[in-house]
Design a protein. Sequence first.
Length: 65
Amino acid sequence: MALLSRRSILVAAIIVVSPLRAQNVTPRPEKRVAIKGYDPVAYFTDSRATKGSPEFAADFDDATY
């Protein structure tokens, strides 16, 4: 009977502690600005680097293009 009680206490402790440990996950970094905010299409259309406009932005893979 004592073994059952110890086992029950151990299982209960694991059930209580597991969600608490899951909450200690490192937060994801904020979205970064890819290619330093430059317009990637301008390299082909204007043959030079041009700053992009926030009006035309797209989010992909934790980055803003």
